[in-house]
Design a protein. Structure first.
Length: 328
């Protein structure tokens, strides 16, 4: 099968063996996959990755021991835990030390014609939900995760970053009715997308000027800039005893002013994967909109171009569509 292969900082379309599902797994024909910031960081050397990236996908079950699942359109949770360690026993399977992670750790990902996942990881998409929308289940689930980590109600909340994750985070938080919610970014055209949802927006320079006054800082700051300096901006914007939800993953080390964290008693919550059920329901009901976030589509044969397009200024979600006649 065809797949995008990353190795030693390079990218190419490769012919690799089609995966065979093990016991309890399904073979899924990928219909659509989304390029995520994490995929771009993997291409830059994050985690010394080598292999097939991609973890946001929708596809059709082609092979499975459970015959009722054949032909179903699904997406899937990306963590494959061992099920036998203390972390798994205590409900922390996403942090299993022996876990595989689709397209990230030891498990070939979705930028390919086929992938395999355990049946227990699969979620059937509702009738009428397109594969294009199904691609967004994983990142929207990641946004719902932060609601379980911190209370967003009656908070002055700021989301830093007007990329796809920042926009999805803001659209998720607005459903929690914070007393004030601001999306902060660098691109007026992106900020305009959430203004239609009734979300306040600010450019970075304007925001930095506002939070220079201590009484104008925010109880909750979500860092989703994808930039190494994003945490410093978040730390400057959060109130004493406030919470920073750290969503960005970046290659390399990030300097941290620990004295500010300690003196202001700031809580920092790393936030990664989240619950698929609420995400699917939010997308199906339209509570979280994604129809305006796709900026380009490419066939798998042009996946290298898709990765470059996802890096371009102004890009939001770039999709790979597994059909020969797809185009940008």
């Amino acid at each position: 099968m065809k797949a995008l292969w990353l190795d030693d900082g390079g990218m190419k379309i490769a012919e690799i063996p089609r995966p065979r599902p093990a016991a309890g797994e399904a073979l899924i024909r990928v219909m659509a996959a989304g390029v995520c910031r994490t995929d771009l960081e993997l291409a830059r050397g994050y985690m010394n990755f080598s292999g097939v990236p991609g973890h946001e996908f929708a596809g059709v079950v082609e092979e499975c021991e459970d015959r009722d699942r054949l032909g179903k359109t699904v997406t899937g949770e990306i963590n494959l835990a061992c099920g036998a360690c203390p972390f798994c026993w205590s409900g922390l399977s996403r942090h299993c030390p022996a876990r595989e992670v689709l397209g990230i750790v030891k498990r070939p990902g979705a930028f390919a014609e086929f992938l395999t996942l355990p049946v227990e990881n699969l979620h059937e998409l509702p009738a009428g939900m397109t594969p294009e929308t199904g691609v967004f289940v994983e990142p929207v689930a990641a946004c719902f995760e932060m609601l379980g980590q911190v209370s967003a109600r009656a908070k002055r909340a700021a989301v830093l970053g007007d990329g796809k994750l920042g926009i999805l985070a803001a659209r998720t938080l607005i459903g929690e009715a914070p007393s004030r919610l601001v999306l902060v970014g660098r691109h007026p055209e992106k900020l305009a997308l959430v203004e239609r949802d009734g979300i306040e927006t600010m450019l970075v320079a304007e925001f930095e000027q506002e939070v220079a006054a201590p009484d104008r800082r925010f109880e909750l700051v979500v860092e989703a800039t994808g930039r190494a300096e994003g945490f410093s901006t978040a730390l400057a914007a959060v109130r004493p005893r406030g919470v920073i939800v750290q969503k960005s993953t970046v290659a390399g080390l990030v300097p941290v002013d620990l004295s500010r964290v300690v003196v202001d008693e700031v809580t920092v919550a790393g936030s990664r994967c989240g619950p698929f059920g609420p995400a699917i329901a939010a997308l199906a009901s339209g509570r979280v909109r994604v129809d305006d976030l796709v900026t380009a589509r490419f066939p798998l044969s042009r996946a290298v171009e898709a990765m470059e397009a996802a890096r371009a200024p102004g890009a939001l979600k770039v999709l790979l569509e597994m059909k020969d006649d797809a185009g940008p």
